[in-house]
Ligand binder design. Structure first.
Ligand code: SF4
Length: 280
């Protein structure tokens, strides 16, 4: 295979404090999942994680907060983290993922050095009320439109395996394509026993077909990223995602679940003769 793979690392700078009720999310306080919960991660730790990600080939470093959206305090925190990370690892392309955001808030992040914003549609507009009742799908779509207006790189995707139909998946992909994203992260539901949702019913071949469907449905996206749930969903068939259109992965840990050690992913890419991308 002769393609470059983009690596991205995510850093949960505020964890498990969200009041919303997204049924797939262990960061909601409602479900009392057994995860780490904190308001602000220590900046020293964040900088260490950034340096480690860069040293393992990550191009993107994503600052994630667990909340419905930005408020003045969170915005200030994300901006200060962005500036600190830029000081120690200027090579990293900073991504913010902080929920619903206004155009003004996004422009403030941009000024602080953030280059891209990630906000997922999660699923189809029709299915969304079954997985979240505390905010509408339309707010998610509007935030993505704001990202485009702000001139930030748009990263938006969704999650499969929530009990949605194939029609819902196709509808979500159509909505994503209409936003013209640069990168499309797709996640596969990783069940936590504290959550009400049934475990992800997808089989590996179905999940690989969904990676390919995402690639085919959003041909203008530069990157199709397989993000959360990769190890659990694909097991020892993870390598096959690259033959089905994926050209980006998250390395290291996810928000509330452990990923593989970064060196294992680097070994996998080497074995497949896939190069790690060094620029976007
Ligand atoms: S808004 Fe985001 S952090 Fe909050 S419960 Fe939903 S997915 Fe989780």
């Amino acid at each position: 295979m002769n393609k470059e793979i983009f690596l991205c690392s995510i850093c949960n700078i505020n964890s498990g404090t969200c009041l919303e009720d997204c049924k797939f999310c262990s960061q909601s306080v409602r479900y009392k999942a057994d995860i780490d919960r904190y308001k602000q991660k220590d900046i020293k730790l964040i900088k260490e994680e950034a340096i480690n990600a860069r040293d393992n080939g990550a191009l993107g470093f994503c600052l994630v907060t667990a909340d419905k959206g930005l408020n003045a305090k969170t915005l200030e925190f994300v901006c200060s983290v962005a500036k600190s990370v830029t000081e120690v690892a200027p090579e990293l392309r900073l991504i913010a993922c902080n929920g619903t955001a206004t155009l003004e808030q996004l422009l403030t992040l941009k000024e602080a050095g953030v280059k891209a914003y990630n906000h997922n549609l999660e699923t189809s507009e029709a299915f969304y009320p079954q997985i979240c009742t505390t905010h509408p799908w339309s707010e998610r779509y509007e935030t993505c439109q704001n990202v485009n207006k702000a001139g930030l790189t748009l990263i938006t995707g969704g999650i499969f395996g929530l009990g949605e139909t194939q029609e819902d998946r196709e509808s979500m992909l159509k909505s994503l394509a209409s936003l013209n994203p640069t990168s499309v992260p797709i996640n596969f539901y990783h069940h936590n026993e504290a959550l009400e949702l049934q475990p992800n019913p997808l089989k590996v071949d179905e999940a690989l077909a969904l990676v390919q469907l995402t690639r085919d449905s959003i041909p203008n996206a530069q990157r199709i990223m397989v993000a959360g749930g990769r190890e659990l969903m694909f097991g020892d068939r993870q390598e096959e995602i690259f033959k089905h259109g994926a050209n980006s992965i998250v390395i290291g840990n996810y928000l509330t679940t452990a990923g593989r050690v970064m060196s294992k992913d680097l070994d996998m890419l080497k074995k497949l003769s896939l190069k790690v991308a060094t620029k976007v």
